[in-house]
Design a protein around this ligand. Structure first.
Ligand code: SF4
Length: 109
């Protein structure tokens, strides 16, 4: 479930980008998996959704939104759930690394 505490404040300007989404008019089931969807069927559905995102004029805003709220489900900004989780992990590791390196530098040999 999404952590709504990270959602931006409700201001129309913050959400207007959604009106320009290339996905408008498509069935949302193309962008969100069902509980039992696995394997090839899931890959194909995600590929079709990402192809729509590729031509979307608000891809950047959509991706930034999904990353800022750590959206756990669906295709957002051309990225799937696994890709977003990987990006979060990489960012967390990159964020943690300097502290570890700083500690190592402060410790006398
Ligand atoms: S980037 Fe993809 S999911 Fe986001 S608004 Fe555009 S088409 Fe929809």
């Amino acid at each position: 479930m999404s952590d709504v505490s990270r959602l931006p404040v409700v201001v129309a300007d913050e959400w207007d980008w959604q009106l320009e989404g290339a996905c408008r008019g498509f069935d949302s089931s193309l962008f969100f998996h069902t509980d039992n969807e696995r394997g090839f069927a899931r890959e194909m559905r995600e590929s079709r959704a990402k192809a729509i995102c590729e031509s979307c004029p608000v891809l950047k805003q959509c991706r930034e939104h999904a990353l800022s709220v750590q959206e756990p489900y669906g295709i957002w900004g051309g990225m799937g759930e696994v890709e977003r989780r990987e990006l979060f992990r990489r960012r967390r590791r990159a964020h943690d690394r300097p502290a570890v390196q700083a500690d190592a530098q402060e410790t006398p040999a």
